[in-house]
Design a protein around this ligand. Structure first.
Ligand code: ADP
Length: 446
């Protein structure tokens, strides 16, 4: 049987309260019982002392036990539920009130109950012994028993009242504990149904629930972000594809309609557009391959200098065409753990950006050890630079600073996104430095 969390809390609290109240009533009863018993015995001892003192007085007055009649004393003792037997020093019976007990109530079994011996002294000498007995049943008078019963029933009633009074609190407490959990369950269901924009904040003051609620809200935000990114990505992709496809369609239609001659220059223009499209699709494939959860780089020991020098060599002609100096400060012998083709891709993207976004001056490519701790690949340029805001965003897919300006450079805003993904997959850290005017430095800490 599955019970709701509220019912479970309710039952649990009820159980705890009932067990504690039962235990409490048992303890109270035992304590009161024993205290009352002690008190009654203390009272009873006074009677024993009285009997002994009356006997001592008798002896003092008569100087012997001759003619002793204990009827008066026996009646007094009987009233208090006691009997006594007096003997002289030699143990000869002088007087006993046991026959009165026998006559009065044959149910009493004298031997069974408390019996004690006291000495009767006169002038510091023992003059006799008195056995004083007590019927245990008689320690409590009917009034005492009634009083005891009343106390116990009051305890029971108080405990029942306590239980009843605690019921509303139990219900409030179990509802306070279960409400935030029910709220979170509902919130999770809403998220499944697609509501990712309602903030999740469970109504609770307990630390764990607040933390759980905050974590679920973070999950909601990240899902919402992913969802937005997915929507933005598909709209970006269709936008990026539509523009070159329109150009191609227009040019081809014009050629077919005979408006344009299919000159080699025009056909080359069409080919360049197709190449751009192909490389865009390749970049997208690249991103989704690295982003897929099962991408784990095939790590090997790679010579950093070797990869960087190779890439620089392929870029040399492009640098010369743009009249940008390419300086290399490569430290030999540094080995990094990487999937080589991905490392090469990262180096290409960063160096090609430095070239793209530098109109004059130089680009410096360095590799070195940072504090003898780890390797660093660094590319600094004297180009347009990046603002603080751009530095945050350049790694997002399709993000381009001043889109119109970059349209001329032919980039789709995917290069640094690929760089970031490669770095993440390897556990590398990327650092970007720029004052927004006089160039940019990209650093990859391996
Ligand atoms: P793109 O294909 O447009 O170059 P990237 O993802 O490589 O896309 O870069 C994103 C944006 O970051 C670029 O459009 C550019 O505005 C900016 N950027 C990248 N590298 C540099 C750099 N070295 N100097 C200035 N801006 C840069």
């Amino acid at each position: 049987m599955k019970l709701s969390i509220k019912k479970q809390f309710l039952l649990l609290f009820l159980l705890v309260i009932i067990v504690s109240l039962t235990l409490l009533s048992f303890l109270l009863r035992t304590t009161i019982d024993s205290c009352f018993y002690d008190y009654k015995w203390a009272e009873q001892s006074k009677i024993f002392d009285l009997i002994v003192s009356r006997l001592e007085t008798y002896y003092a007055e008569h100087n012997s036990w001759e003619g002793f009649n204990g009827n008066e004393l026996a009646k007094l003792a009987m009233k208090e539920g006691c009997y006594f037997t007096l003997t002289d020093n030699e143990g000869n019976l002088i007087w006993t009130s046991e026959h009165i007990i026998d006559n009065q109530n044959t149910n009493y079994q004298i031997d069974k109950y408390f019996r004690n011996i006291y000495t009767v002294n006169y002038l510091n000498q023992m003059r006799g012994k008195v056995y004083i007995g007590q019927f245990t049943e008689k320690i409590y008078t009917p009034n005492d028993l009634k009083f005891q019963e009343q106390v116990f029933s009051y305890i029971l009633i108080s405990l029942l009242i306590a239980l009843l009074l605690s019921l509303p609190f139990i219900m409030i407490l179990s509802s306070r504990l279960s409400t935030p959990i029910l709220y979170l369950q509902k919130a999770a269901e809403n998220m499944i149904k697609g509501d990712l924009h309602t903030e999740i904040r469970a109504p609770s003051s307990s630390y764990e629930i607040i933390k759980l609620s905050a974590s679920i809200d973070r999950l909601r935000k990240s899902l919402a972000q992913q969802e937005d990114l997915r929507k933005q990505l598909s709209s970006n992709i269709s936008h990026e594809l539509r523009t070159p496809l329109n150009v191609l369609q227009n040019q081809l239609e014009a050629i077919i309609d005979g408006i344009f001659e299919p000159t080699p220059e025009r056909l080359d223009g069409i080919l360049q557009e197709v190449i751009r499209l192909t490389s865009l699709v390749a970049e997208l494939e690249n991103i989704s391959a690295i982003e897929s959860s099962d991408f784990i780089p095939e790590i090997k020991d790679v010579k950093l200098a070797h990869v960087v020098e190779n890439v620089c060599t392929t870029f040399e002609a492009a640098f010369q065409r743009k009249h940008i100096a390419l300086h290399m400060q490569i430290k030999k012998g540094i080995i990094v753990k990487a999937q080589e083709d991905k490392l090469k891709q990262l180096v290409i993207n960063i160096i090609s950006n430095a070239l793209k976004y530098t109109d004059k001056g130089k680009v410096t490519v360095k590799t070195y050890m940072y504090n003898n701790d780890h390797a660093v690949f660094e590319v600094s340029d004297t180009g347009v630079g990046l603002t603080e805001e751009d530095k945050e965003k350049i790694f997002e897919r399709f993000y381009r600073v001043e889109k119109s300006r970059n349209r001329n450079t032919g980039g789709a805003g995917l290069g640094l996104s690929i760089v970031k993904n490669i770095a993440n997959a390897h556990g590398w850290v990327i650092e970007v430095e720029s004052d927004g005017k006089t160039g940019t430095t990209f650093r990859v800490h391996f």
